[in-house]
Write a protein that binds this ligand. Structure first.
Ligand SMILES: C[C@@](CO)(OP(=O)(O)O)[C@H](O)COP(=O)(O)OP(=O)(O)OC[C@H]1O[C@@H](n2ccc(N)nc2=O)[C@H](O)[C@@H]1O
Ligand SMILES: Nc1ncnc2c1ncn2[C@@H]1O[C@H](COP(=O)(O)OP(=O)(O)O)[C@@H](O)[C@H]1O
Length: 308
């Protein structure tokens, strides 16, 4: 029997920001954030195999929207590690993509985090936790959270993480839109809308932390907030219809996920989530509807085939 080709597969979750409090910009033009990230079991699988040439194949419903060269954040990570570590070399990468693209769920950052772990394991680089954290923050502000997963407080650009005490699991429904929203454009629209408002130092509301400790989805629904929501709706007004329809159909709470345009609905339990999925699909206010639950762990190896 022929030996299987060596390779490592890492599974990585999407995120939703339970609160996204946007503060003033830092010296580099990035907004200071106080956010609570929450990982859900809507995942991508990133596989790397040693190869003579760099290759990237994307599979899944979003394949045609994702770049396969150096613009792909996961390829960028793998190429960076090959440049810096003599043990590492070119890889053939496959991304089995289920996380919506440009949807405010940090799919590109998730794949970058997965690639870091996969390449480390494939070439036995033995990167330290500090190596991971430094490279993650350099690639994108959401990458450190994709490594840790769960539910976490993010400050700075969202890359400085601290644990948040949570109980229970939460059942979500996500209303997806084929058209994406560009994160820089949403921040620029936030700036335009807030040009004459006073922006304070960003903070996570205490009621959100209390709700997460309680484990009660009703309490959490009342504490969801996103300062980028107004900007996302301004750029894509039909999001308001999506939000209103989900709430009218029984969602406990609704929030634009990060910079959008995905809308996240919190439901009471799995059965309510399935009912809401059916209602949203029938209403036609979203291009696609998926359910997921959280919190979910961060990037994890799910299969390793070592060279023989
Ligand atoms: C909004 C959030 C919420 O978690 O994620 P998404 O919902 O898009 O996934 C993040 O802040 C996405 O951060 P990041 O991953 O660094 O953003 P990128 O897509 O790389 O876009 C970078 C550009 O967005 C703007 N930007 C980004 C982050 C930030 N804290 N302030 C900013 O002003 C800047 O114009 C920057 O040049
Ligand atoms: N591995 C990747 N998966 C998805 N998008 C990627 C990836 N690498 C680079 N991109 C680019 O990043 C952009 C933002 O993608 P994504 O991370 O999915 O969205 P968001 O910033 O809204 O969370 C995409 O439009 C795409 O051009």
């Amino acid at each position: 029997m022929a030996a299987k080709q060596p390779g490592v597969t890492v599974r990585v979750p999407a995120k939703v920001n339970l609160c996204l409090n946007v503060g003033p910009t830092d010296g580099d033009g990035y907004h200071q954030l106080a956010t609570v990230f929450h990982a859900v079991d809507l995942t991508d699988d990133v596989t790397v195999r040693p190869s003579r040439h760099w290759e990237c194949t994307i599979t899944g419903p979003y394949a045609d929207k994702v770049p396969t060269g150096h613009a792909n954040l996961a390829m960028r990570v793998a190429q960076r590690l090959a440049d810096e570590c003599y043990e590492a070399g070119p890889v053939s990468m496959t991304i089995d993509k289920s996380i919506p693209v440009a949807g405010g769920m940090a799919g590109g950052s998730a794949d970058a985090a997965a690639a870091m772990i996969a390449v480390d394991q494939l070439f036995n680089l033995q990167l330290t936790k500090l190596d991971f954290t430094d490279l993650a923050a350099e690639i994108g502000s959401d990458v450190p959270f994709a490594l840790t997963g769960g539910t976490a407080f993010g400050s700075g650009r969202g890359d400085q993480l601290a644990p948040v005490l949570t109980t229970g699991r939460y059942e979500w429904v996500f209303a997806l839109h084929h058209e994406g929203l560009s994160t820089p454009k949403v921040y620029a629209e936030f700036d335009r809308l807030n040009a004459h408002r006073k922006i304070g130092f960003p903070q996570v509301p205490g009621e959100l932390l209390a709700a997460l400790r309680s484990g009660d989805p009703r309490e959490l629904a009342g504490a969801l907030s996103n300062d980028l929501q107004e900007a996302a709706v301004s750029l894509m007004p039909r999001l308001q219809d999506t939000i209103d329809t989900g709430l009218a159909e029984g969602a406990l709470g609704a929030i634009v996920s990060g910079s959008g345009p995905t809308v996240a609905f919190l439901t009471a339990d799995r059965s309510a989530a399935l009912d809401l999925m059916v209602a949203l699909t029938a209403s036609g206010v979203a291009d696609d509807v998926v359910s997921a639950s959280g919190p979910h762990p961060g990037a994890r190896v799910i299969s390793t085939i070592r060279p023989v």
